[in-house]
Design a protein around this ligand. Sequence first.
Ligand SMILES: [Zn+2]
Ligand SMILES: [Zn+2]
Length: 149
Amino acid sequence: MKFDPAYKKLMECGIRPSVQRLEIMRYLQTHFTHPTVDEIYMGLKERIPTVSRTTVYNTLRMFSEKNAALMITIDEHRVCYDGNTTPHAHFFCRKCEKIYDLMDIKPSREYCKDIKGFVVEDAQLYYRGVCPNCQKEAEARFVAGEVIN
Ligand SMILES: [Zn+2]
Ligand SMILES: [Zn+2]
């Protein structure tokens, strides 16, 4: 149990490791595809039939508040979760709707320190546009933006 990475992560973040929390963390740690609440719920439902969508939703919110997972808000209809809490940027492809990790781009130098009297607790950076795979298929009209929440 001690060497279970899901257990370790919850303990590090001060989260009481219930069976459902462990299962949700384990899912995040084995699916680095930036799943949504629905995807995680569908993935867990067969293994733990007692789990509800609300539990998954609330648990993921709590994980992100305790820095056990990253919450990525693409738009109001699409909120994704990432078990990789190392600061990194994301790229959202508007064609295939995949989210890519850009591990070598850090959200900002200010990530860990305060900006002009504001206490920074979270920083997100993601680019939007068309991924290399989709560019091959269509004429490349590239739109890139930057959002810092
Ligand atoms: Zn794409
Ligand atoms: Zn990521």
